[in-house]
Design a binder for this molecule. Structure first.
Ligand SMILES: [Zn+2]
Length: 122
C-alpha cells in the first residue's frame, strides 16, 4: 500500500482542541478537508476524547496494521490515533494526536500527523 504522511495544517482548519470547561462550556472544533476530493468533515474535542486511550479503528484490520507499522505511535509522547475514511472518495485516513494538560485532570488535544492511503491503493 502506498501512503502519505501529511502535515496536519494542510488538512485541518485548526490543530488545537480545547476541552469543555464548566465556565464557558465551549469545545473546539476543526474542519478536515479531504486531500483528494475536498469533502469536508468537522471534528471536535469530544471526538478525540472518545478515542483517547482506545486502540480501535473503524478501518479494515490490514489497513489499521499498516498504519501501525508505517508510523508507530510514540507511547512516551502519549500519542493516540483516530481512523476514518472519507465518505465520498474512500480515502483511508489516520489522525495522530497528543494530549496537553489543561487542568489537573482535564486534557485538550492537538493533532500532530495525518496519514493517508488512497482507496485505489488498497
Ligand atoms: Zn475524499
Amino acid at each position: 500500500m502506498k501512503y502519505s504522511i501529511i502535515q496536519p495544517e494542510k488538512r485541518f482548519s485548526n490543530l488545537q482542541f480545547k476541552p469543555k470547561i464548566e465556565s464557558d462550556g465551549q469545545i473546539s472544533s476543526s474542519i478536515f478537508t479531504c486531500g483528494k476530493c475536498k469533502t469536508q468533515v468537522s471534528f471536535d474535542t469530544d471526538d478525540l476524547q472518545e478515542h483517547f486511550g482506545v486502540n480501535k479503528s473503524i478501518l479494515e484490520d490490514r489497513v489499521k496494521c499498516f498504519f501501525d507499522q508505517v508510523r508507530p505511535l510514540d507511547e512516551i509522547k502519549w500519542e493516540y490515533f483516530f481512523d476514518f475514511a472519507c465518505k465520498n472518495c474512500g480515502m483511508q485516513i489516520r489522525i495522530i494526536y497528543q494530549p496537553w494538560q489543561f487542568g489537573l485532570t482535564v486534557y485538550g488535544f492537538y493533532i500532530t500527523y495525518v496519514i493517508e492511503i488512497d482507496a485505489s491503493e488498497l
